[in-house]
Ligand binder design. Structure first.
Ligand code: ZN
Length: 168
């Protein structure tokens, strides 16, 4: 049985909830995906489009067809700092953009089943969600393989994200 080894720490510039200062509601636009191999990038894009498809709404503009007013999100692969080696992802955001970093470890054979969980969690932060104390929820500070989340956990997450992000 796998231990939950990934910390999903979050740094929030300014103050918590500042994403609500956005004047435009989502959909957000994925404006760059950088630092990944082509195979990794395919997996990242798949996780993003799955979020749209799972919800039946366009929360994320993934293919570059973004409106100018869309909230911009960038995603890159970056090794976490030595003091946080198990950090799977990081979101840094303010009212005008959100930057997501994904650890290379999430693309290893051992942890690739965590990738979608990590991407959705970090997108959640970009939308203004904070961590929950509810064990097993997608916004819990540590993560699980995606298939371990229940349908209820996922629909709760999507509803909270759309509410926080102002998506109609
Ligand atoms: Zn987090």
């Amino acid at each position: 049985m796998l231990e939950r080894v990934f910390g999903l720490m979050t740094v929030v510039f300014l103050f918590v909830g500042c994403a609500k200062m956005r004047t435009e509601p989502w959909p957000a636009a994925i404006v760059s995906i950088s630092g990944f191999s082509s195979e990794e990038e395919t997996s990242v894009r798949s996780a993003l489009t799955d979020l749209n498809q799972s919800s039946g709404k366009i929360a994320l503009l993934v293919e570059g067809e973004s409106a100018k007013s869309a909230f911009p999100i960038s995603i890159s692969k970056r090794e976490p700092p030595p003091d946080a080696p198990n950090r799977a992802g990081l979101s840094t955001f303010d009212e005008i953009h959100c930057a997501i970093e994904i650890s290379p470890k999430v693309f290893t054979v051992t942890y690739q089943s965590y990738l979608k969980s990590v991407i959705w969690h970090e997108v959640g932060h970009c939308g203004g969600l904070v961590h929950t104390t509810k064990l097993g929820a997608l916004m819990y500070p540590t993560t699980e393989p995606f298939f371990d989340y229940s349908k209820g956990d996922l629909s709760d997450f999507l509803a909270a994200l759309f509410s926080a992000a102002g998506l109609k």
